[in-house]
Write a new protein. Structure first.
Length: 270
């Protein structure tokens, strides 16, 4: 990409005409298609031999459609969604999940190396997007299950902050326990920049992929229902952290460091 010329571009077509490689990061595959294939889309300016690298979190089937349209014009497409959140981008520590032709992937690898610390080539075009939605679905399941356990523990009398410390050095630990509860929940900020609606979108994509491959996903199916209810309550633009507030509201138990002291009376399971 010729960065000096980039700032002179007024339209997507002009940007494409001035570029050999274009990176896109957009909310979903429909928007990617509009940007790439629309009336003034990138496809009308990209030359044969150029490359589109889609780092969005997109529907794999839409990625396949977009890639097919580009290939008919001699243009290559690579899907390279990321994990690592805002902090990963700021520190150039992103994880890239890449799909596409091996030779084309090799051409863009130096640029991915400049932005990330791990690059995984998962297979043909749309493989990266399949991996990304599955990754986020697993993250969503973990997020909900962790909040559920912390709430239960606090209601019993455990300090949820100490519970997270235990989890972080035990088998129940995760990226969520390492980066979220101390940083965003116990201080009542609920301010992760990633949007709840985007996580819900990725859960839906993962479940649609599972349906298309006849894969039973009962945990993910329930997770989609819960996240849909949380999104309805939190509203558009809410942080992904709001999933915890929704779970707190269900139980009437806000998670607060210090929690409550151990019950004096025993718990009767009956």
């Amino acid at each position: 990409m010729r960065s000096k010329e980039f700032f002179m571009s007024q339209t997507l077509k002009e940007l494409a005409e001035q570029s050999d490689i274009v990176f896109a990061m957009l909310p979903n595959g429909q928007i990617v298609q509009q940007v790439v294939l629309g009336p003034d889309g990138l496809i009308h300016g990209l030359r044969a031999g150029s490359i589109l690298v889609d780092t969005s979190s997109s529907e794999p089937w839409l990625t396949e459609q977009t890639g097919k349209a580009l290939s008919e014009q001699g243009i290559s497409m690579i899907d390279a969604p990321v994990s690592g959140a805002q902090v990963g981008a700021q520190r150039a520590e992103l994880v890239f999940m890449v799909g596409g032709d091996e030779a084309v992937v090799a051409r863009i690898t130096p640029m991915l190396n400049a932005m990330g610390k791990h690059i995984f080539h998962l297979g043909g075009l749309a493989s990266g997007h399949a991996m990304k939605c599955i990754n986020n679905c697993i993250t969503a399941i973990t997020f909900g299950a962790t909040a559920e356990g912390l709430i239960s523990g606090q209601r019993y009398g455990l300090d949820p902050a100490v519970m997270v410390d235990v989890l972080n050095v035990s088998t129940g630990g995760s990226w969520i326990t390492q980066t979220h509860f101390h940083q965003r929940i116990f201080n009542r900020m609920f301010d992760d920049p990633f949007k709840l609606e985007l996580m819900l979108k990725d859960i839906r994509i993962s479940n649609e992929l599972a349906r298309a491959t006849a894969s039973p996903v009962p945990y993910a199916a329930l997770t989609e229902q819960f996240w849909r209810m949380a999104h309805h309550e939190a509203g558009p633009g809410a942080s992904v952290s709001e999933i915890v507030r929704w779970q707190e509201n269900l139980s009437g138990t806000p998670l607060v460091a210090g929690g409550q002291k151990k019950r004096n009376s025993p718990v009767d399971p009956a």
